[in-house]
Ligand binder design. Structure first.
Ligand SMILES: Nc1ncnc2c1ncn2[C@@H]1O[C@H](COP(=O)(O)OP(=O)(O)O)[C@@H](O)[C@H]1O
Ligand SMILES: [Mg+2]
Length: 234
């Protein structure tokens, strides 16, 4: 399995957003895209998912049959329960298996909340439903757009820890503007410049997981990304 994004260019009217974005994701690799707000991160994910068309460039998939998408806002159906939201995603794939739904709910730690509605859940729990829904289709590639941005610091760290367990060895493209989050999660960080964005650096994070946020090597990687972002914002 592999994903190659090559030379993506995209404008909205006169606004030039992407100016030749190139990177790749190997099988089982967790890749974080990091860049300032408005630099085009969501646009890149949408192009990968086929929700937007690039003006130039291409996206190549090898062995990717299904993708899952986790949005920044949870985008759950408010009139459906936790169970109903996940069942709905599976139905769209032609799967109507209650055991699968229950197993996924259990897997993301929502056992006992099957019959709750989104408004009865905390932000972290709603994001877990969003992750469960994306995983329900058993995707080869998971696309995640700042899924934890609206969570408080402690919940966010707990969700990051759980996410690594949940995604196992799946290939992931995870958008964030948090340097700490990128160093905690990623095998490779793709640092984007300000708009119109290009890749300014690739930074491999070869620290064993789970990572200690206070270790010297962690802090050193954080500094490296910070410096790359600073340099790109001119
Ligand atoms: N559908 C659209 N039409 C017009 N402008 C858009 C559209 N989508 C995004 N933009 C603009 O493109 C820029 C990049 O957006 P986005 O990809 O959402 O950035 P990011 O996710 O990095 O914050 C922003 O200035 C945004 O306002
Ligand atoms: Mg965005």
């Amino acid at each position: 399995m592999a994903l190659t994004v090559e030379g993506l260019k995209k404008s909205y009217g006169n606004l030039k957003v992407l100016d030749g974005v190139t990177f790749s994701v190997e099988e089982g690799e967790f890749v974080c895209l990091i860049g300032e707000s408005g630099c085009g991160k969501t646009t890149i994910l949408k192009i990968i998912a086929g929700l937007e068309r690039p003006d130039e460039g291409r996206v190549d998939f090898k062995g990717v049959n299904r993708m899952g998408f986790v949005f920044q806002d949870d985008r759950l159906l408010p009139w459906k329960t936790v169970y109903g939201n996940i069942q709905f995603a599976l139905k769209a794939m032609g799967v109507e298996d209650g055991d699968v739904v229950r197993r996924i709910i259990d897997f993301v730690g929502l056992k006992g909340f099957e019959n709750y509605y989104p408004k009865q859940l905390s932000g972290g729990m709603r994001q877990r439903v969003g992750i469960a829904r994306a995983l329900a289709v058993n995707p080869d590639l998971l696309l995640m757009d700042e899924p934890f941005a609206s969570l408080d610091a402690r919940t966010r760290e707990r969700m990051q820890e759980e996410l690594l367990r949940i995604v196992g060895g799946k290939a992931v493209v995870f958008v964030t503007h948090s340097i700490d989050e990128a160093v905690y999660l990623a095998d490779k960080v793709v640092v984007l410049s300000q708009r119109p964005s290009r890749v300014v650096r690739f930074i491999e994070i070869d620290i064993e997981k789970p990572r200690d946020r206070n270790s010297d090597e962690f802090i050193e990687k954080r500094r490296e990304i910070y410096t790359a972002l600073q340099a790109s914002s001119g």
